[in-house]
Design a protein. Sequence first.
Length: 60
Amino acid sequence: MARIKKTVLANRNVQTKFKLRCSRYLYTLVVDDAEKAEKLKQSLPPGMDVKEIGASKLKK
């Protein structure tokens, strides 16, 4: 299963975190570039269970 979460940082940059659960480990990849994140999202296998978690809001 893969989870994709976009977060907005204090300096208004957007980070995308990819979390991939394998049999033994949870692999995490953090991407700052939105284009690369979209390209990586498109390259995931079509049969994989993917959950997209919306952007978290900043607390003021």
